[in-house]
Design a protein. Structure first.
Length: 100
């Protein structure tokens, strides 16, 4: 699995640095084979209620636009223990920008 992830990252770096002619690529999205995009529209990107206010494409665009100008990689999943996740959620609920 690790090698396939490294291969995907290498492919993304190459493609972004050598885009097909006529393309304006500035980011790559690398996902697992079993990814489910149905929940993207529920992302709470504005700190409000989790209502379906974004299309899938707009939610991804909004997530990228919210990143600092010098971002390099964004992990859209948190792999952690439930106790650590609860601490992160508590900090988020109290207004802190949480970056796991």
């Amino acid at each position: 699995i690790l090698l396939s992830h490294l291969r995907a990252m290498a492919c993304a770096v190459y493609t972004l640095s050598h885009p097909p002619s006529g393309s304006a690529l500035d980011a790559a999205l690398i996902v697992e084979a079993d990814v489910d995009f149905r929940l993207v529209g529920l992302w709470d990107l504005e700190g409000g209620t989790q209502q379906r206010t974004h299309t899938r494409r707009n939610a991804l665009d909004a997530a990228v636009e919210a990143l600092p100008a010098d971002w390099g990689m964004l992990q859209l999943a948190v792999i952690t223990t439930i106790q650590h996740f609860r601490r992160l959620k508590n900090r988020h609920d109290h207004g802190e920008l949480v970056v796991p």
